[in-house]
Design a protein around this ligand. Sequence first.
Ligand SMILES: CCc1nc(N)nc(N)c1-c1ccc2c(c1)N(CCCOC)[C@H](c1ccccc1)CC2
Length: 338
Amino acid sequence: ADPNNGTVPTPLTNYLDTQYFGEISIGSPAQMFNVVFDTGSANLWVPSQRCSPFSTACFTHNRYDSSQSHTHVENGTGFSINYASGTIRGFLSEDVVVVGGLPVVQVFAEATSLSAMPFIFAKFDGVLGMGYPNVAIDGITPVFDRIMSQHVLKEEVFSIYYNRDPKHSPGGELLLGGSDPNYYIGNFNYLETREMGKWEVTMKGVSVGVETMFCAEGCTAVIDTGSSYITGPASSVSRLMKTIGAQLDETGYKVNCDTVKMLPSVTFQLGGQEYSLTHEDYIIWQSQIEGDVCTVTFRGLDVPPPTGPIWILGANFIARYYTEFDRRNNRIGFATAV
Ligand SMILES: CCc1nc(N)nc(N)c1-c1ccc2c(c1)N(CCCOC)[C@H](c1ccccc1)CC2
């Protein structure tokens, strides 16, 4: 392990700037899985060898086989988890999990059914929740909490780099115990987490160009490494899209690629700093046979109270702003990503 902070960086794969995942192992001998390191949830699950034959999304992914691991401990408690975009059902097991070179004995879920939509689109096998313990289903101690209790980390933080240029590797990096100067420039600006136990902060406004159009009275922003896009209240996002001339079709908001270069910046006011995204940050430009398609990486999503209304800042925001999640001081740090 790296002498600096007790761990080794985990390189991430970038799939089309919309999915970022890295490798962990579970069991002895090691069974390898690709997982999203997800600050929007706090549980670890991977597909199970005992998947129901009707779960297509399960059979196209690596599956955990407890009968092949001599460190497996039976549990069997039922489990289900819902994301903004899908549901997982299964049961609990315990085994040795190795993340960033660190082994922990971990309770996790073996998924026996994954909602086909959208898990058939998932290029990763499972999810490793990096959220706080109080959002963990079944009160299971999350992986990062197990690592912190080993006192091997130089700092009780983890950092995420998402590369937004799929042609260059690594597609990203998870670093446990510190931040990686190779992937950011300048200093970190820190924001206190809004509510104990969630990776969310208070946002002071959302501007398009120079005009603050939304959240002028203050609102909540969730910093979510498990979301591809930026989501906001549907009415706000629909007005934002109208302002930039985007049309909603069945796969999301699209703009005419000829207009992309003139699109305004969208700025998020967080902790006295302004975090701007340019069209290069929020447009995915795909050249297809029938012509170029320019997708806007914003989605309307109404999260019901008391959690909502919220804005979720996902991968396209994190790709621009290298992010440090600090459990010691309950704060989030942003620096300009390289
Ligand atoms: C990581 C788990 C998770 N955690 C949180 N907090 N939010 C959400 N939305 C997810 C989630 C669940 C399912 C899927 C997902 C994400 N995907 C996005 C990966 C993002 O990787 C950074 C992919 C996708 C492809 C097509 C359309 C929608 C989604 C596969 C399906």
